[in-house]
Design a protein around this ligand. Structure first.
Ligand SMILES: *[C@@H]1O[C@H](CO)[C@@H](O)[C@H](O)[C@H]1NC(C)=O
Ligand SMILES: *[C@@H]1O[C@H](CO)[C@@H](O)[C@H](O)[C@H]1NC(C)=O
Length: 661
């Protein structure tokens, strides 16, 4: 039953598993010598070696009923007590019922259970020798006996009613009077005895009781004695009984006998039992340890997640107008589990999906997991936008941080991003219409208003850091809406005027030349990017690459400036407009664009000025015919020259590591 751990309560399993394995391991041992005689009636005499013993009716009379006699009866097959070659030993249980009837008063002498390699009955082994040894074979015979002695015939005997274990001679290494156990060997009553030998622990345990008192209580032996039979007996032994009479006589009879033995592996004294115990313990420890490790990791993760969520929530709610918090379930349902069919675009550390949330069209931005700055950007974007309210900024409805998902919910922009309209020719099967001049002008004005608001219009100065056509969204009326505040950073006015990070971020083509030296985002770098955007929208050309100052020449800025030098600025205007534009306005905007892209950040107009130029309030800044060389550190313009850094006030000194996006 212990072998079926599935029936056990789980919490007990480890302890019981060990027990089960120990018990199972003892049960799977090979049974070797095994026989049972509930009685000897009809027993085959050939199954025994009988030496002066007789099978009479249903009992065996071990010794003849004459004075000074001895006799033996042994089972014919030998027991393999131990096997050096195979590294095994045998445990056994010998259970039998004896009956001793004194014929004189008192009777004599006694009976013994014996194990010996020599079945021969020693001469003159009657009287006190119990058929075990004789006066001359003491310490010579290979014999171990458990004696049931009914005579105190030797000074070594405790009394005339005791059980003892004799090794190689008649003297007991352990003996115990039976009177205290309610047994009188000479009473003529049936007596049940059990000799149990455990080869693993080298212990012999002896049980004796009156048969009529019922079942043998294995928890209550007469004694247990340490005894290694393999040290005292040869490998193969006979098992049986011997008995004797002296000047007094008694009938020493055996009424039943059950013998069972088990082979036990004990090779090279490495107790296999320990392995059986240790292996499961090690396994349990490993499993336990691993489970604990997983548990802790999971707990830490949950804790980390909770901490993150709390941190984000606190961070977001610290901002004055906290946006709504959505459930992940809701957003999954809204976007069809972020179905690719609903994908609007990607960039800015995430992918944007269209969704229907509470019957309203929304854009859901799913921040890329495991991005180095995902969380930081998330907080930046949520906190930044939620504090900003301007008609040219994309509205943030809410956010969600659950199951490690960072999500932002914006108002849906039906017309998508500006770049798709500008580069409509480069996109196959483009369904986007060409934006007319008025729309383009309006878009530039919208972006300028948004940037002016960010730089000068709100409590905290915000640097967008990633102005580009793909971040300009168009609403249903083609009004520009500045979006993607993933890189935006808030700056306290009058505190500092730039935001410094370890690596600069932005999009190649829109990055001001000094940013490669300073690694800083400033209002001037935003203005530079705005200048590039103007040139892009008016010309319909991509900004080109300018990762380093060396290749900077191939940029849109370089190209437009060259046309300006050649006084052919009109040639850069997008041919798709079919010459349908306000030439003066176009000239003015292009000059503004170039001015914003001035290599010297101090020479760039502020957004406020730019806006005034766009609305026609002031004339465009003068742009030198030759594009000035980029000089670093930049020269602060001399007093008297037109300058406008009262608001921008850039401090462009420190150089940090550089990394594009
Ligand atoms: C003891 O028994 C052995 C073997 O049977 C025998 O040779 C020897 O003579 C006996 N000794 C005595 C004193 O009877
Ligand atoms: C044991 O039984 C015998 C026979 O009945 C009797 O003579 C003897 O006194 C008993 N011994 C004890 C200790 O009771």
């Amino acid at each position: 039953m212990f072998c079926h751990p599935k029936f056990m309560p789980f919490f007990q399993a480890p302890k019981l598993l060990v027990q089960a394995i120990v018990i199972c391991s003892s049960l799977i041992q090979v049974q070797c010598l095994n026989f049972s005689y509930p009685s000897f009636s009809g027993a085959d005499a050939n199954e025994f070696v009988s030496l002066s013993s007789l099978i009479i009716n249903d009992v065996i009379e071990v010794s003849p009923l004459i004075t000074d006699a001895s006799g033996r009866v042994l089972y014919k097959e030998q027991l393999k007590l131990w096997d050096k070659l195979r590294g095994t030993k045998s445990s056994f249980i010998s259970t039998f019922v004896i009956n001793i009837r004194p014929q004189t008063s008192p009777g004599g002498e006694g009976l013994a259970f014996i194990l010996t390699d020599n079945p021969a009955l020693p001469n003159d082994s009657g009287r006190q020798w119990l058929g075990i040894v004789n006066a001359s074979t003491i310490n010579v015979n290979n014999i171990v006996a458990v004696e049931f002695d009914t005579r105190k015939s030797d000074s070594e005997d405790v009394d005339d009613n005791h059980v003892g274990v004799d090794v190689k001679n008649i003297y007991s290494i352990k003996q115990e009077p039976l009177a205290g156990h309610g047994v009188n060997l000479s009473s003529g009553e049936d007596i049940t005895a059990r000799i149990q030998y455990d080869a693993k622990s080298d212990k012999m345990t002896v049980f004796v009781m009156l048969t009529r008192t019922g079942q043998l209580n294995i928890g209550n032996p007469i004694f247990t004695v340490e005894l290694d039979l393999s040290e005292n007996l040869p490998e193969d032994v006979f098992v049986g009984f011997s008995g004797s009479t002296g000047e007094h006589t008694q009938v020493n009879s055996l009424k039943s006998w059950n013998f069972t033995s088990f082979e036990v592996r004990v090779k090279s004294r490495v107790n296999l039992l320990w392995l059986w115990i240790l292996i499961p313990i090690i396994v349990i420890i490993l499993i336990g340890g691993f489970s604990y490790f997983l548990f802790r990791r999971r707990k830490n993760r949950i804790k980390q997640k909770d901490d993150d969520e709390l941190e984000i929530q606190q961070e977001i709610q610290r901002s004055s107008s906290a946006p709504q918090k959505f459930r992940l379930k809701e957003l999954i349902a809204a976007t069809g589990n972020f179905n690719v069919k609903n994908k609007l675009g990607s960039g800015g550390f995430g992918t944007v999906y269209k969704g229907i949330l509470r019957k309203e069209e929304v854009a859901v931005k799913r921040i890329q997991k495991n991005t180095r700055r995902g969380k930081q950007d998330f907080i930046a974007e949520v906190t930044t936008i939620s504090n900003l309210h301007h008609k040219n900024l994309v509205k943030l409805f809410g956010w969600c941080y659950e199951s490690n998902e960072l999500l932002l919910v914006y108002e849906f922009m039906p017309n998508g991003s500006l770049d798709r309209f500008i580069y409509r020719n480069t996109i196959p099967n483009n369904l986007y219409k060409t934006l007319n001049w008025v729309t383009r002008h309006n878009i530039i004005c919208g972006v300028a208003k948004a940037l002016d608001y960010l730089h000068n219009g709100c409590d905290k100065r915000v640097i967008h850091r990633d102005i580009k056509s793909s971040n300009i969204m168009l609403d249903s009326d083609f009004n520009a809406r500045l979006g993607d505040f993933g890189l935006a950073r808030t700056i306290q006015l009058n505190e500092k005027t730039h935001y410094s990070t370890k690596g600069i971020a932005g999009t190649p083509g829109y990055m001001a030349p000094e940013s490669f030296h300073t690694g800083k985002a400033t209002v001037e770098t935003d203005i530079y990017a705005f200048g590039v955007l103007i040139l892009e929208v008016v010309s319909g050309r991509k900004p080109g690459h300018q990762n380093e100052q060396n290749s900077y020449n191939s940029s849109i800025v370089e190209w437009v400036w060259e046309q300006h030098r050649l006084e052919k600025l009109g040639d850069v205007i997008d041919l798709q407009l079919n010459k349908d534009f306000d030439a003066d306005q176009a000239q003015c905007i292009l000059l503004l664009g170039l001015a914003c892209c001035h290599p010297n950040p101090y020479e760039r107009p502020s957004m406020r000025t730019a806006l005034q130029v766009l609305t026609g309030e002031v004339a465009p800044p003068s742009v030198p015919a030759e594009k000035p060389a980029f000089i670093w550190p930049a020269m602060v313009p001399t007093i008297g020259e037109e300058m406008d850094n009262s608001i921008t006030g850039g401090q462009l000194t420190t150089t940090t590591e550089l990394s594009g996006r």
